[in-house]
Design a protein around this ligand. Structure first.
Ligand code: C2E
Ligand code: MG
Ligand code: MG
Length: 571
C-alpha cells in the first residue's frame, strides 16, 4: 500500500470505529477496541504498542476484550515514565484512565509514531467525551430525576419524530392523574409515597409495548403515548392496581387514575396538537365529578372547539360590553307581587344571544368567570343605583358567584367594594353560591358567607338539591335563603311525583325550621304553584311568571310590581 492508500484505509477504519463508539452507551468501552486497535496500529504502521486502559470504578470491565495488544486493566498505578497517559474521563459510572505503552524492551517510538498515536487517542477521547456529555445533557433534559421517567421535553421531541414518520397514527395518548395520591403520601410519608408512584409507573411501563413511553408532567400528572393495540390493557391498568408499599403493616395500597384518552388521528400535525387535545379533554374530565375516564370523541371535540372560541373572544367581548344582564323576576305567591330578581348573564355577539350554558362552564376553567361575575355585580349595582335615583320601587337582586371564587382570598372584600363604589345599600343585593363538595371549599365558603353576613349582605344557597346537599352546609353557615332547584318539582309526566311532593314538603319544612327563607326555582305550571302554597312556600321564580328579561322589560315589571295569576307561559 502506498502511504496515501494507508491514510485512506486508516480513515475508513477509524471513522467506522468512531461511528460504532457513538452508538454505544457512553460508559461502555468499545467491545472491539482490541481488534480495532490492531487494525489502526497496523495502518498507522506502529508496532510495539501496548495500550492500558485503567478503569477506576468502571462497571463494564468484562466487556473489554483482552488480546495480544495488551489491552488490559489494572486498578494499580501507572508508570509515570510511560510516554502517554491520557486525561481522565469521568462518566456516570466512574473514571477511566487510558495509557499507551511501547512493548517492554522494544525500540522506542519515533516522533512520527508518537504523533499518530496522539492523534488517534485525542480523537478517541474527544468522541467518547462528547458521547458522555450528550447522554448527560439528554438525561437532564428528557428525564424526571425523582422517578427516573421521561419528562415533557421527551414527549414533545419523540412525538414530533413519530409525526414526521407518520407512525404516530398507530398510537393513542392518555393523560392521567393519580386519584387522591395526597392521601397515599399522608399515610406512607412522602418518600414511600414516591416509591409507590415509581412502582406503579414502572408497572404501566411493563405492560405497554416498547414503542410506548410515559412522561411525568409534574407531581402525580403523567402523559403516556402507546400503541393503539395496548389501549384495553392501559385502561385496565389505570383503573387501579394494588401496589406494594414496602411499609410494615400496610403491605399494599390501591392506586388508580383519572384518565383522558385520545386516539391520534389525521387531524394531528404536531406534538402540541396532541398535548392540546389531551389536556383540554383532561380538564373537561376533571370537571365531571366522579367520572374517571374520558375518551376524546366528536362530542368532546365540539366542546373543546367551543372552549377555544369562547376564550379567544372573551376579553374583547368584555371590553365591548357584549355581556348583558337579564333579570328574572321572583314572585310572592299570595299576592303575586314582584319581590326580587335574579341577574342572569347573556352574551350578545354578532346579533345572537348566547346562553350561559355555552360560556359559563368554559370561563369556569380559568379565572375569567371571576372577572365576569364582578362585571355582572357592577352592572347590577349601576342599574339599582339608577332605579333608586329615578325613584322606582327597587327590589333585591341576586347575583351568581361561581364556586371558582372560593380559591381567592378576597371574594367578600371585592363584593363589598363593588357595592360601596356604586353607592348601593347592601339590602338590595343578594349573593347566590352553590353547594360545595370538599372540606377545603367548605371552610372557604364559611368564611365568605360569614363575612357577607356581618356586612348585612344576604346570601343564598343556589341549586339546592342537585349535587351533594349537606345538612351541615345549611346548619353551620349563616345563610339567608335556600333556593330549591326545579328538580324537586314534580312534572306532569313524572312517575314518582308523589315521592317528589313528600321530599319537597320535607325540605321546605326543614329549611323553615332552620330560619331560612325559601324560594323554588323553575316553576312552570299552575299545579306547581298550588303545590308550593300547599307546602307552605310562597316565593317562586320560573317561566310560569317570567323568563329572564332584558333590562327595559324588567323595568316595566318594577313599575307595575304585579303579576297576573293566569299568565300564559310560552316555553
Ligand atoms: P341558575 O343560577 O340556577 O339560574 C337559573 C336558571 O334556570 C337560569 O338559566 C334560568 O333561565 C333557568 N330557569 C328559570 N326559570 C325556569 C323554568 O321555569 N324552567 C326552566 N327549565 N328553567 C328556568 P340560565 O339563565 O340559562 O342560566 C343557567 C346557569 O348559568 C345559572 O343557573 C347559573 O348557574 C349560570 N349563570 C348565569 N349567569 C351567571 C353569572 O352571571 N355568573 C355565574 N357564575 N353563573 C351564571
Ligand atoms: Mg342562580
Ligand atoms: Mg339555580
Amino acid at each position: 500500500m502506498t502511504s496515501n492508500e494507508y491514510d485512506v484505509k486508516f480513515l475508513q477504519v477509524f471513522s467506522q470505529f468512531i461511528m460504532d463508539m457513538e452508538k454505544l452507551p457512553p460508559d461502555v468501552a468499545h467491545p472491539g477496541i482490541g481488534e480495532t486497535m490492531e487494525d489502526i496500529c497496523s495502518l498507522l504502521r506502529i508496532a510495539r504498542v501496548s495500550i492500558d486502559i485503567t478503569e477506576v470504578l468502571f462497571s463494564v470491565q468484562s466487556r473489554i476484550p483482552q488480546n495480544h495488544f495488551h489491552v488490559y486493566y489494572s486498578a494499580g498505578t501507572f508508570d509515570e515514565e510511560h510516554p502517554f497517559k491520557f486525561k481522565k474521563i469521568t462518566g456516570s459510572k466512574g473514571t477511566a484512565v487510558y495509557s499507551v505503552y511501547p512493548f517492554i524492551n522494544s525500540e522506542p517510538w519515533t516522533s512520527q509514531e508518537i504523533e499518530k498515536i496522539k492523534l488517534f487517542l485525542t480523537a478517541l477521547f474527544t468522541f467518547n467525551g462528547r458521547a458522555r456529555l450528550t447522554e448527560h445533557v439528554s438525561r437532564l433534559t428528557f428525564n424526571d430525576r425523582e422517578l427516573d421517567v421521561y419528562n415533557l421535553n421527551y414527549f414533545m421531541k419523540t412525538a414530533t419524530g413519530l409525526i414526521a414518520t407518520r407512525s404516530i397514527y398507530n398510537y393513542a395518548a392518555c393523560r392521567f392523574n393519580m386519584i387522591k395520591f395526597s392521601l397515599v403520601n399522608k399515610r406512607l410519608g412522602r418518600k414511600n409515597g414516591t416509591e409507590v408512584m415509581r412502582r406503579y409507573i414502572k408497572g404501566l411501563n411493563d405492560i405497554i409495548s416498547p414503542e410506548g413511553f410515559i412522561c411525568r408532567l409534574g407531581g402525580d400528572n403523567f402523559i403516556c403515548l402507546f400503541l393503539n393495540n395496548d389501549l384495553e390493557k392501559v385502561k385496565d391498568y389505570l383503573m387501579g392496581r394494588m401496589i406494594e408499599t414496602g411499609v410494615m403493616g400496610l403491605e399494599k395500597i390501591n392506586v388508580s387514575c383519572r384518565t383522558a384518552y385520545f386516539l391520534v388521528n389525521e387531524d394531528v400535525h404536531s406534538a402540541e396538537d396532541i398535548m392540546e387535545h389531551i389536556t383540554l379533554s383532561f380538564n373537561m374530565l376533571r370537571r365531571m365529578g366522579n367520572q374517571t375516564v374520558l375518551m376524546y370523541d366528536e362530542e368532546v371535540r365540539k366542546k373543546v372547539e367551543n372552549s377555544r372560541w369562547v376564550e379567544s373572544l372573551f376579553n374583547d367581548a368584555l371590553k365591548n360590553e357584549e355581556f348583558v344582564v337579564y333579570y328574572q323576576p321572583k314572585v310572592e305567591l299570595n299576592k303575586y307581587t314582584l319581590i326580587g330578581a335574579e341577574a342572569l348573564c347573556r352574551w350578545k355577539h354578532d346579533g345572537q344571544l348566547i346562553s350561559p350554558a355555552r360560556f359559563i362552564p368554559v370561563l369556569e376553567q380559568s379565572n375569567n368567570i371571576c372577572v365576569l361575575d364582578f362585571y355582572m355585580l357592577d352592572h347590577v349595582c349601576r342599574d339599582i343605583r339608577r332605579w333608586l335615583d329615578e325613584g322606582l320601587p327597587v327590589v333585591k337582586v341576586s347575583v351568581n358567584m361561581s364556586r371558582v371564587h372560593l380559591g381567592s382570598e378576597d371574594l367578600s372584600a371585592k363584593i363589598i367594594e363593588i357595592i360601596r363604589r356604586n353607592n348601593v345599600p347592601n339590602e338590595y343585593i343578594e349573593i347566590e353560591l352553590t353547594e360545595t363538595t370538599t372540606d377545603v371549599d367548605f371552610t372557604e365558603l364559611k368564611r365568605v358567607v360569614s363575612s357577607l353576613h356581618r356586612e348585612g349582605i344576604s346570601t343564598s344557597i343556589d341549586d339546592f338539591g342537585i349535587g351533594y346537599s349537606s345538612l351541615n352546609l345549611i346548619r353551620e353557615l349563616p345563610w339567608n335563603v335556600l333556593k330549591i332547584d326545579k328538580s324537586f318539582l314534580p312534572e306532569e309526566s313524572d312517575e314518582n311525583s308523589s315521592q317528589k311532593k313528600i321530599m319537597l314538603k320535607y325540605v321546605i319544612a326543614m329549611a323553615q325550621s332552620l330560619g331560612l327563607e325559601i324560594i323554588v326555582e323553575g316553576v312552570e305550571t299552575i299545579e306547581q304553584v298550588a303545590l308550593l302554597k300547599e307546602s307552605n312556600c310562597f316565593n317562586a321564580q320560573g317561566f310560569y311568571f317570567d323568563r329572564p328579561l332584558p333590562l327595559e322589560e324588567f323595568e316595566k315589571r318594577i313599575v307595575t310590581g304585579q303579576f297576573s295569576p293566569c299568565t300564559d307561559i310560552v316555553k
